[in-house]
Design a protein around this ligand. Structure first.
Ligand code: NAD
Ligand code: DAU
Length: 362
């Protein structure tokens, strides 16, 4: 079991990162350390996701630093300021559709940003004699999309060859390779996890599940790409983060771990399920909601199926999923129903103005 004390969480104001911080500070009684959330606050980063954390732990065990992972000088100063011994690297551009329209920013953040961060730890974690410290860890958050696409059978394992298809997954694959290359070349202790599709509270409503929930609520059309038969393997975000924490504590340095829901759904079947849940909760006529489904032009290069084999993390680290899908979807719908203000803020631009007021133009 590693001792993880001062953790730099990159991208902690985004969906998975903020859930990770909630998990560690509110639901992990054996974690006594400090968390530094390092985020540039793109459209996907939102400090409102951590307002309760700031209130309870701010200035003692929780700190926020507004900056870009590409900015090496800024990042280096953080290592000294907080005596960082652990990095968990969530920060990324994460949306496949956006990567198809503007790939450059994905390469900048996901590839060059990761490279800058690796160079920073390489310097910051050197012993006086030039050797690398062994009481530190860089955990890299990756995705199952680096493995490409499956046909109707088979699973991605840790040994599956990388074959990314979208600019997003190509940039994530490049960053994974850099992480392992820095482990082999400079002996930085690293672990890496490749996870399937997450869902849960605080997910930005560009992604399938929150987009569909909100569109149902607002009686907008429900856009299904292609024939709706593409398959994703869904996992509740807290289950993902529990797995990440386990890997960070007990995973073998230099290793990767697949994390998945073992929960495959065709997009259209998942949409039917969401329509059922939302309609029941707020008393909508299910048939009229079904009538708002629209089949739209397919995503370019749309991967057919993702499915994770997570035997390794189950057998080596004793992890398992704990949130049943129906229950997780219900919790997620309830969360969006009770956070309409959060949604309005994201959309109204008020959040953007608040950011400018508090942080200037950075
Ligand atoms: P997200 O888009 O919700 O959040 C990304 C966060 O990173 C935001 O807070 C953003 O402000 C921050 N960020 C972006 N560029 C930055 C930069 N240059 N410097 C500092 N911060 C920056 O993403 P997410 O869905 O929470 O995904 C987090 C990580 O998990 C990503 O690495 C993603 O590839 C990976 N992942 C996501 C999923 C999923 O289903 N969402 C599944 C597997 C892996
Ligand atoms: O598999 C892990 C990946 O899951 C992560 O690495 C990514 O960061 C994350 O965004 C997610 O990628 P996907 O492309 O699978 O997620 P998205 O929610 O964008 O889409 C899920 C599926 O739904 C996909 O097959 C495309 C389809 N879709 C999506 C949207 C937004 C639609 O049919 N209609 C839509 O409007």
């Amino acid at each position: 079991m590693r001792k993880l004390n001062n953790i730099l969480v990159t991208g902690g104001a985004g969906f998975i990162g903020c859930n990770f911080i909630h998990l560690l500070l509110q639901k992990t009684p054996d974690f006594f350390g400090r968390i530094v959330n390092f985020d540039v606050l793109t459209y996907a980063g939102n400090l409102a996701n951590l307002a309760d954390i700031d209130l309870e732990f701010g200035g003692r065990r929780y700190f926020f630093e507004h900056g870009d992972i590409c900015d090496r000088r800024f990042t280096e100063a953080l290592f000294t300021k907080y005596d960082i011994d652990t990095v968990v690297h969530f920060a990324a551009e994460s949306h496949v559709d956006r990567s198809i329209f503007c790939p450059g920013i994905f390469v900048k953040t996901n590839v060059f940003g990761t490279l800058a961060l690796l160079d920073t730890v390489r310097n910051a974690w050197k012993n006086a004699d030039g050797s690398m410290r062994d009481d530190v860890l860089f955990h890299h958050i990756s995705t199952d999309e680096v493995f490409g696409s499956l046909n109707d059978t088979g699973y991605f394992t840790e040994k599956t060859a990388y074959c990314p298809h979208s600019p997003y997954s190509a940039s994530k694959a490049a960053s994974d390779h850099l992480v392992f290359s820095y482990h082999h070349t400079y002996e930085i202790p690293v672990t890496l996890s490749n996870c399937s599709n997450n869902y849960g509270p605080y997910q930005f409503p560009e992604k399938f599940i929150p987009l569909m929930i909100l569109n149902i609520l607002e009686k907008k059309s429900l856009p299904i790409y292609g024939n709706g038969k593409n398959i994703r393997d869904w996992l509740y975000v807290e289950d993902h983060n529990r797995a990440v924490w386990l890997v960070m504590n007990k995973g073998k340095s230099g290793s990767s771990y697949n994390i998945g829901g073992e929960n495959e759904w065709e997009n259209i079947a998942l949409l039917y399920k969401l329509i059922e849940i939302v309609s029941e909760k707020i008393g909508l006529d299910k048939d009229s909601v079904l009538g708002t489904i629209v089949y739209v032009k397919d995503r370019s290069g749309h991967d057919w199926r993702y499915a994770i084999d997570c035997t390794k993390i189950k057998s080596e680290l004793d992890w398992k999923q704990s949130v049943d899908f129906e229950k997780g979807l219900s919790l997620t719908v309830d969360w969006y129903l009770s956070h309409m203000e959060w949604i309005e803020n994201i959309r109204s631009g008020e959040y953007t103005r608040w950011l400018k007021r508090n942080y200037g133009s950075r």
